[in-house]
Design a binder for this molecule. Structure first.
Ligand code: OXD
Ligand code: MN
Length: 612
């Protein structure tokens, strides 16, 4: 990046000697220091001592507070600024050379204009702060798709979070030292401090820019310290930039969870599932099956990178090393594995604090505590009438603390993907589960996915939004080209006869009173069982305009408190609803324009035809 307004001499001197000989890394760090003028530079090595020092600094600054060590060992609670609580999609930009490459699902900005804007914003933006150099790996050492990044940030909260979410520090610098290409990521909270000026607990800036330059593989983020806006390994790198890399290099970077399921008979399936944010990926990834003899082991809860291996099979890894999970709704009933994972060593953000120094959020337990400190730091009682935890409050915790983590989670060879699942939060229209007729039809189901909005991003909660592949806010290039890329990958897999089966699920269908028809959570294993029966060719299905549906007797429903009518309702589709949905999908295709692959237009026409 060409630096604007950069003075000649850096103001800061490194207080840790950088252990790299890579001139490009040293030049990057020097350039950013010259631009942002931090008071000090810290090269992160990822050690325990460094982690403790950063956490102490955050406690001293009032950004985090230590929880009661007897109740939640070595854990902390952060409270963000009230205006910095979620990903800001309206402030997220793809700055590709051509506007068409960003496509209609992204905010596009001219790269030169954006560089000029950023040059202004980042000038002296780190004054009075420490600039941290955070080398990080996405993926285990040695995997063909593992990639490296360096995030420069002036937020110690980001450093603490990146230390959990990625393989951070010396381990990544060693991979760079061995010659790897790396992605540039620059982050500033945008709150320079004048000499002697007191800091606030959660520095941020009302002006926010989360920007991506797919051609030069760069990320520049300004103004927010929250989640995906600031932990740049996650959405910015592992999805937006990685999806562009994956398109160019022939692999896939997707917003998916990944599990290993074992049946009582020993059948094993690795399932990758794409759901929009806050729609149950973490719960699926940590499922405790209600059917006896089944196990679900966790490989990842948010992002999967997949490639075609030498035998022509689709393989996947989770590039992350931690979970940044939505806290509200996570409890011993809904997700006991997550609750066990959070026993300690966890960084919580915007949850409520109990009077004895532990955490609490809506959905964690009944009864509700009589008194709490809410996410804003205010005294709270059940009468307060406001949520105690912010609806997008989070826990950040390492995967290796998860009792259901599969032993393969850190294996550079990844796992062979047997099934791909798409799903959304839909009160109506979509059945509990349907299997695609073919890879092309599966790509159509992924491309036309829709879901009711959640609190994970801005927008009106509950409003239906088309969210192709659950990647609407995360594909770093034209969405139509993303669909073509999936079709190409399918052709390569077809050549070796190893295409995974593709399914679509909807755990969220409601009856006319608005109650959920399906119990969800551990009972979702019943749907997985049907999928695995399909993989093994053990069970039939009935045809519908949107694919193969289980017949009533095909799904194990024993022990469920469910009427036959309700079961029938979730296992059937209404042609009128499917027709209306396919017409709406056609509108989506019209808005995407000429990059929509012909195969998907054909699938749309076929769906409409089958409704008649
Ligand atoms: C997330 C999100 O944080 O999708 O995973 O918002
Ligand atoms: Mn996500």
């Amino acid at each position: 990046m060409t630096l604007l307004n950069a003075a000649d001499v850096p103001t800061a001197t490194p207080h840790r000697v950088p252990e790299t000989t890579r001139a490009d890394v040293l030049a990057f760090v020097a350039d950013i220091a010259r631009l942002t003028k931090p008071a000090a530079i810290h090269w992160c090595d990822g050690s325990l001592a460094e982690r403790e020092a950063v956490l102490s600094e955050l406690v001293a600054a009032g950004t985090i507070e230590k929880l009661n060590d007897d109740l939640r060992p070595n854990s902390y609670l952060a409270r963000s600024d009230e205006s910095d609580v979620a990903r800001v999609e309206s402030r997220t930009f793809i700055c590709s050379e051509s506007e068409k490459d960003a496509g209609p699902t992204n905010n596009w900005a001219d790269p030169d204009e954006m560089r000029a804007t950023l040059g202004g914003l980042f000038t002296e933006s780190m004054r009075g702060r420490t600039m941290y150099v955070v080398p990080f790996l996405m993926g285990p050492v040695g995997s063909p798709v593992t990639r490296v990044g360096i995030e420069i940030t002036d937020s110690p909260y980001v450093v603490a979070s990146m230390g959990i979410m990625t393989r951070m520090g010396r381990i990544a610098l060693d991979v760079i030292e061995a010659g790897a290409d790396w992605v540039k990521a620059v982050h500033s909270v945008g709150a320079p401090l004048e000499h002697g000026e007191a800091d606030v607990a959660w520095p941020s800036n009302p002006t926010k820019y989360i920007t991506h330059f797919p051609e030069t593989r760069e990320i520049w983020s300004f103004g927010s310290a929250y989640g995906g806006n600031a932990l740049l390994g996650k959405k910015s790198f592992a999805l937006r930039i990685a999806s562009a890399m994956a398109r160019d290099e022939g692999w896939l970077a997707e917003h998916m969870m990944l599990v290993k399921v074992t049946s009582p008979e020993g059948q094993i399936a690795h399932i990758a599932a794409a759901f929009p944010s806050a729609c149950g990926k973490t719960n699926f990834a940590m499922m405790q099956p209600t059917l006896p003899g089944w196990t679900v082991e966790t490989l990842g809860d948010d992002i999967v990178w997949m490639w075609v291996d030498d035998d022509g099979r689709l393989r996947g890894i989770n590039p992350e090393a931690g979970f940044f999970g939505v806290a509200p709704g996570t409890g011993m009933k809904t997700n006991p594995v997550a609750m066990q994972t959070l026993w300690g060593n966890t960084l919580f953000t915007n949850v409520a604090r109990t009077d004895d120094g532990d955490v609490w959020w809506e959905g964690m337990s009944k009864p509700v505590p009589q008194h709490l400190t809410d996410w804003r730091g205010q005294s709270w009682t059940p009468e307060s009438g406001t949520p105690a935890a912010h609806p997008n409050s989070r826990f950040t915790v390492a995967i290796d603390q998860c009792p259901s983590a599969a032993s393969e989670w850190n294996d550079p060879r990844g796992v062979v993907i047997d099934a791909i699942v798409f799903g959304g939060r839909r009160s109506d229209t979509m059945p509990l589960v349907v299997e695609a007729r073919s890879w092309e039809h599966g790509v159509y189901l992924g491309a036309t996915m829709a879901s009711e909005r959640t609190a994970a991003a801005e927008g009106v909660v509950g409003e239906l939004r088309r969210d192709p592949f659950a990647m609407a806010p995360f594909t770093g290039y034209n969405v139509g080209d993303h669909w073509s890329h999936w079709l190409h990958i399918g052709e390569r897999l077809a050549a070796s006869g190893t295409q995974p089966h593709i399914f679509h699920v909807n755990w969220f269908r409601r009856d006319s009173d608005g109650s959920f028809l399906w119990p969800g959570f551990g009972d979702n294993i019943r749907v997985v069982q049907w999928m695995m029966d399909r993989l093994a060719g053990r069970v039939g299905a009935s045809d519908s305009p949107i694919g193969a549906l289980p017949r009533l007797g095909d799904l194990t429903l024993d022990g469920l408190d469910m009427t036959i009518e309700a079961a029938h309702q979730i296992l059937t589709v209404d042609s009128d609803e499917i027709r209306a949905d396919a017409r709406d999908a056609h509108n989506l295709f019209a808005s995407v324009g000429d990059t929509v692959p012909a195969a998907l237009m054909r699938e749309n026409a076929r769906t409409l035809q089958l409704c008649d």
